[in-house]
Design a protein around this ligand. Structure first.
Ligand SMILES: [Zn+2]
Length: 481
């Protein structure tokens, strides 16, 4: 029997702020343990939190980007639990009045667009980090509170995903939305983006065949994928064997590639949520809201669709160019100087990206201006240089900072299209390759390729291949027997 897979994802994203959520401590990653703390984030008695305005604004922007209904008057709650990395024994989060509710995002799946509901988006503080010392005989753990009090965005999806592929596309789309709207840097290796999954299997037509299993400790998209695949197999086996899938929370062991039971439903926490009395209620007035709405850029799925529809790009090019906001901005920047969407796309997809890969830099670090790339594409389009020539010119633009016009002359890369210039070279090629000539004249038209190659070699790739081919054909066809 085939079961229907039901997946929901809870995402935590570290917000891009300079300071923590309630205090002025730095959020910089990788500093020595416990050097970025103060009485507030250490939970000292008598210390009071003050809302970080930037963090609040980023959370609102994220909620807007995910099409949520905003609670324009909102407050925070204490979520109680004990853990050594949580100095106050409660986490300030939102439970009763989430900043954004009932939203959705659109994800591409197999060439179609699928809507995935977002139950809520809210702001909360991160906890510190326990470090379990792992050497023989060690009988203690350490705690680093640099992360305690960092602003965190929690995004809870509806259980709208039906396959591992859906979940993968959801995570990628969500990541791009957060990057595009400059809400989070989404650096997975630094823990800026973390996931928890819930998964259950149903018989067709049934809604609660298997219990809902929640899985924690998923630190990469790869881990989410592996864990979902593992759970689908584990739960299918149980159901097919006539057993039940219990509602429980499991932990993913990335190294062993298995999930382990953490606690059952009966042991689930009661967090005793109460409104946080140390913070005021926050009201977003219409002026502020308008400002924040204007701050949310056109999002990747929309931009990709526009590139296809209005600029005539194919799906692949549009996807690559909109993958990163900076790259898409650069592309459109070039179009402002020279509106030739396909040619400019080709240049960025091939030549520019080759340089970025080679130098291991991203587009923000690329030294050539949009204006100069536009000029380069125009020069190539006019037939003044060949695509090979364009590659050389671009390389020199990066090295010298000079504009394409100057370089074409300096490097002598002007393409050779003049018949008078080409004739002697064609003659030379024909004399050098009698076998190819013979084959061509005997009806093996493909033999012209060898002659064409020879002429291109003689011009160091600066001739226009189409012109040369035409001239060669003319010459060969008019040769006497
Ligand atoms: Zn602090």
């Amino acid at each position: 029997m085939q079961f229907e897979t039901v997946i929901g994802l809870e995402t935590h994203a570290e917000l891009m702020t300079e300071s923590k959520l309630w205090c002025g401590c730095s959020t910089r990653f990788g500093e020595p343990a416990n050097t970025q703390t103060c009485p507030v984030c250490l939970g000292m008695p008598g210390s009071l939190p003050v809302m970080n305005k930037k963090a609040f604004e980023l959370a609102v922007k994220a909620a807007i980007a995910m099409n949520c209904r905003l609670n324009t008057e909102t407050f925070f709650d204490r979520k109680h639990y004990f853990y050594p990395d949580l100095p106050r024994n409660y986490q300030v989060s939102q439970n009763y009045c989430n900043l954004g509710v009932e939203g959705y995002i659109e994800i591409p799946v197999d060439g179609e667009i699928k809507k995935i509901g977002i139950w809520n988006v809210h702001l909360e503080e991160d906890a510190g980090k326990n470090m379990h010392v792992e050497y023989p005989g060690a009988n203690f753990s350490l705690v680093d509170l640099n992360r305690a009090g960092m602003p965190l965005l929690e995004i809870v999806s509806a259980p709208d995903m039906r396959s591992v592929g859906d979940a993968e596309s959801f995570m990628q789309t969500l990541r791009r939305i957060l990057l595009y709207s400059e809400v989070s840097d989404c650096r997975m290796q630094e823990g800026s983006l973390r996931f928890e999954a819930s998964i259950s299997l149903n018989k067709p037509g049934e809604t609660l065949t298997g219990g809902r299993v929640e899985i924690k400790n998923l630190n990469s998209m790869k881990a989410v994928k592996a864990c979902l695949e593992y759970e689908i197999e584990r739960q299918t086996k149980l159901l097919k064997g006539g057993q039940t899938v219990e509602r429980e929370t499991r932990l993913w062991d990335e190294i062993k590639g298995v999930s382990r039971r953490m606690r059952s439903k009966e042991e689930a926490h009661d967090y005793r949520y109460v409104p946080e009395p140390d913070l005021v209620k926050y009201r977003i007035d219409s002026g502020w809201l308008e400002q924040l709405q204007a701050d949310v850029p056109e999002l990747p799925v929309k931009r990709r669709a526009r590139f296809i529809k209005e600029l005539g790009l194919n799906e692949y090019d549009a996807s690559v160019l909109t993958d990163e906001k900076a790259l898409a901005d650069y592309y459109e920047g070039v179009l402002e100087y020279h509106h030739s969407p396909k040619k400019v796309a080709n240049c960025i997809m091939n030549e520019v990206r080759a340089i970025l890969n080679e130098k291991k830099i991203d587009i923000a670090q690329f030294s050539v201006s949009c204006k100069d790339i536009a000029a380069l594409v125009e020069t190539e389009e006019n037939g003044r240089i060949t695509d090979l020539g364009a590659r050389d010119v671009l390389g020199e633009m990066v090295n010298t900072g000079k504009d394409p016009e100057t370089l074409v002359e300096e490097l002598g890369l002007e393409s050779i299209n003049d018949t008078d210039d080409l004739e002697p070279l064609i003659k030379e090629a024909i004399e050098a390759m009698p076998k190819a000539v013979e084959d061509y004249r005997a009806g093996k038209k493909k033999a012209i390729g060898a002659l064409l190659g020879q002429v291109m070699r003689l011009t160091k790739g600066q001739a226009d291949a189409k012109t040369v081919k035409g001239l060669l054909e003319e010459r060969l066809d008019s040769m006497g027997d």
